[in-house]
Design a protein around this ligand. Structure first.
Ligand code: ATP
Ligand code: MG
Length: 268
């Protein structure tokens, strides 16, 4: 016999899978946390909070869409996941090619549509379209992309959720130019820029924040980079720091500066 307890059990353990606020899944997209290395990071998070509030409160805007745009490795996916986490909506889902490896075009389209169909069922939903140019199968050689998926995304981005429901869509891309050409860029209500790390000050903030080096080493790094320009995404920077962190203390900063010259075009 099926009784109330069975339903409650199912609600607690089984229904979640389809109707999930996948907090666990989100952790992997913010694997190294969000380091507040400067004003640009705070600005993105503030813009995110503002748009969450808009999606949540206003009846006139049941659909709010915004695009996080920035170079490769600047932390777009992590920031999108963090903003979605802050929103704390009952339904949050990330649409990423990582979950669709090997899918052919139509299957990809179906699985994207499925996410939105699920989102429409919840009163308050957030969907992340991660790396839109990759969702579109865009390759610069050729160049080629899937028109089927493009048309699907355009339609989904323009469709309001059912009456009384609200939907926040966060997109990410490192190819703003390509999205512009495909006329998907201006479909987003708001564009938010995600910056690279470009100054010694920001670099030092990161290094200090994760306690990578001794205070002596930090001083040395400060002196050597002061006033110089550089350009590196947080993702790559964190890897470089981990690399040198394993070395002997007396050569770490020298090696780190070498890496920055190569990877972040730091002036020698
Ligand atoms: P790609 O262009 O390859 O898609 P991405 O721009 O999406 O890269 P992420 O995959 O989000 O970059 O990687 C950023 C990494 O840096 C994550 O591991 C995240 O936890 C970490 N991180 C630390 N501080 C920040 C920050 N201020 N903003 C974004 N990510 C940060
Ligand atoms: Mg990404």
């Amino acid at each position: 016999k099926v009784c109330r307890a069975d339903f409650m059990h199912a609600l607690k353990y089984d229904i979640k899978a389809a109707f999930s606020n996948s907090k666990e899944e989100f952790k992997k997209y913010v694997s190294n946390g969000i380091i507040k290395w400067g004003v640009p990071v705070n600005r993105v998070l503030e813009d995110g909070d503002m748009l969450i509030a808009l999606a949540r409160s206003s009846d006139r805007t049941p659909l709010v869409t915004f695009l996080l745009e920035g170079s490769v490795g600047t932390g777009k996916t992590a920031l999108a996941a963090q903003i979605a986490k802050n929103a704390d909506f009952p339904f949050v889902k990330i649409c990423s090619t990582g979950n669709m490896i090997g899918f052919h075009e139509a299957a990809k389209c179906q699985s994207i549509k499925k996410i939105f169909d699920d989102a429409y069922k919840s009163p308050l939903s957030c969907v992340i379209l991660d790396d839109i140019e990759r969702l579109l199968d865009f390759v610069p050689i050729g160049p080629r992309f899937s028109n089927l998926i493009l048309q699907a995304l355009l339609a989904l981005l323009k469709t309001s959720p059912p009456d009384g429901h609200k939907l926040l869509i966060i997109g990410t891309t490192s190819r703003k130019d390509v999205l512009q050409e495909m006329e998907i860029l201006n479909v987003f209500h708001t564009l938010v820029h995600v910056s690279s790390i470009t100054s010694s000050e920001h670099l030092i903030n990161v290094v200090k924040n994760i306690d990578a080096f001794s205070s002596n080493e930090v001083e040395q790094l400060k002196k050597k980079t002061n006033g110089k320009s550089l350009c590196i995404g947080i993702k790559k920077l964190l890897v470089q720091i981990e690399l040198v962190r394993q070395m002997e203390e007396n050569q770490r900063i020298v090696k780190f500066l070498c890496l920055l010259e190569e990877e972040a075009s730091l002036e020698p």
